[in-house]
Design a protein around this ligand. Structure first.
Ligand SMILES: Nc1nc2c(c(=O)[nH]1)N[C@H]1C(S)=C(S)[C@@H](COP(=O)(O)OP(=O)(O)OC[C@H]3O[C@@H](n4cnc5c(N)ncnc54)[C@H](O)[C@@H]3O)O[C@H]1N2
Ligand code: MOO
Length: 406
């Protein structure tokens, strides 16, 4: 156990260094593939489009013949799914609809709005160049091209892309299994009667569970565990049997976590850290047999912020996902912002755009017990460790809330 304060970047780097991504894979159907992580690069087995086809409703023709004073005879039609297979004599054209295969001999399409048609003859109203309004075979994707690489998280767009290549299944890493419990004698389950003087509802487990759902991991919810040595040890043993990662909230600050520390020392190697971040200072991290353990602070905002900033990148790496830096922008402080040097602040803020510039300010109370200010916020104000109070108009870094929080 160290009394050192660990800068946020060092905590992140230490965790990333220790974590090895899992390697077990499975094959899933496209409908089950959303948010899964690609395990094997996906190559295109076909060209897309698979054949030259029309981008417009109009007439397929030879561009060289499309002069404004040459009548072109309409010799047939090509519809999507019903190609034209007849001949194309000189000075003729084929009626064509969007997506239909280009008839042999035609090299361009003129939109129907740009022709005059009389019975079975058209007159072009504009000149046409080869390939006008034609989508060429393979112009989107070439057979053999790498479409998705290992470590990509599948979005609705990727799933559409896979379908467009005719792939019904995709090989992904297996889901991470994360065990979750909260700890504290003062906590009561939502839905139950509360003794208002001494109890509060267990909100952390619900916040964290929802965040884990967004990440697409399998959650093993072990519930609310009392401050009792045997109950805690039992919860850890149960979690260690089945989970890649165990996440608990509360019981990691200085005085009140004796059971947790004692049990962890018995079951594995856990370090208790003081991360130089606000909120979220007390944090436990380590190994319990085959599982990783993250002990989050009990204060509701501290639990949420450490989950977002510290645990999220760890879970992503473990699940085989490529790391991606969260989006950050520069904004001007629209009020002065109080801050003490020593810890990096993750203040909950609101940003807006005015006159082409981003402006941001704290969204109410910054107490780590006050969840309502997070509900009003749309970003973190990232105030560097050594920074002091920020004056109105000064530049700060903001990080819009990510998909775990919105
Ligand atoms: N002497 C010191 N005291 C504290 C320090 C310190 O460095 N020295 N750190 C403070 C900070 S910062 C935090 S954060 C908390 C973290 O404490 P724990 O992780 O040990 O958690 P608890 O003390 O059990 O609870 C803190 C707070 O959070 C409420 N809580 C706990 N679990 C839940 C839950 N599941 N849902 C909602 N609310 C929860 C709990 O009732 C307490 O109010 O320690 C400071 N103290
Ligand atoms: O840092 Mo604590 O985590 O202020 O609530």
């Amino acid at each position: 156990m160290s009394d050192q304060w660990l800068p946020v970047a060092d905590a992140l780097a230490t965790i990333q260094r220790q974590i090895e991504p899992l390697h077990e894979t499975e094959t899933v159907a496209l409908h089950d593939a959303l948010d899964r992580i690609i395990a094997t690069p996906v190559h295109a087995g076909i060209d897309v489009p698979g054949y030259d086809n029309s981008a417009m409703d109009g007439y397929a023709l030879r561009a060289a013949e499309a002069t404004t004073d040459t009548p072109l005879k309409v010799v047939g039609s090509a519809l999507a799914g019903h190609p034209y297979t007849g001949d194309l004599p000189p000075q003729s054209c084929v009626r064509i609809t969007t997506g239909a295969k280009m008839p042999a001999g035609c090299d361009a399409v003129i939109m129907q709005e740009q022709v005059q048609r009389t019975d079975s003859t058209i007159y072009c109203q504009s000149t046409v160049r080869p390939n006008d309004n034609v989508r060429l075979q393979g112009s989107d994707i070439r057979e053999g091209a790498v479409i998705l690489s290992r470590g990509q998280r599948l979005t609705p767009i990727h799933i559409g892309l896979l379908a467009s290549l005719g792939k019904a299944e995709v090989e992904v890493f297996r889901r991470l299994r994360v065990a979750l419990f909260s700890n504290g004698d003062e906590l009561v389950l939502p839905g139950e009667e509360l003794q208002a003087e001494s109890q509060l509802y267990d909100s952390n487990r619900f916040t964290l569970h929802a965040m884990l759902q967004r990440l697409g991991v399998e959650v093993l919810d072990l519930g609310l565990i009392a401050d009792d040595r045997d109950a805690l040890e039992h919860a850890f043993q149960q979690a260690m049997r089945s989970a890649d990662v165990i996440i608990s909230s509360a019981g990691v600050s200085v005085g009140d976590a004796d059971y947790t520390k004692e049990i962890m020392a018995k079951l594995g190697q856990i370090g208790f850290w003081k991360i130089a971040m606000k909120p979220g200072k007390p944090f436990a991290f380590g190994r319990l047999d085959e599982s990783w353990f993250c002990g989050l602070p009990g204060n509701p905002v501290a639990a949420l912020v450490t989950m977002d900033q510290i645990v999220q990148p760890m879970l992503r790496r473990l699940a085989g996902e490529h790391s991606a830096q969260p989006l950050q922008f520069q904004a001007r402080a629209s009020t002065s912002i109080r801050k003490k040097p020593g810890r990096m602040d993750f203040q909950r803020g609101r940003f807006t755009q005015r006159d082409g510039e981003l402006w941001a300010e704290p969204a109410g109370s910054q107490s780590s017990a006050v969840l309502t200010s997070v509900a009003k916020a749309n970003c973190f104000l990232l105030l560097e460790q050594d920074r002091d109070t920020i004056e109105t108009g000064e530049i700060i870094t903001i990080q819009p809330f990510d998909s775990l929080l919105t």
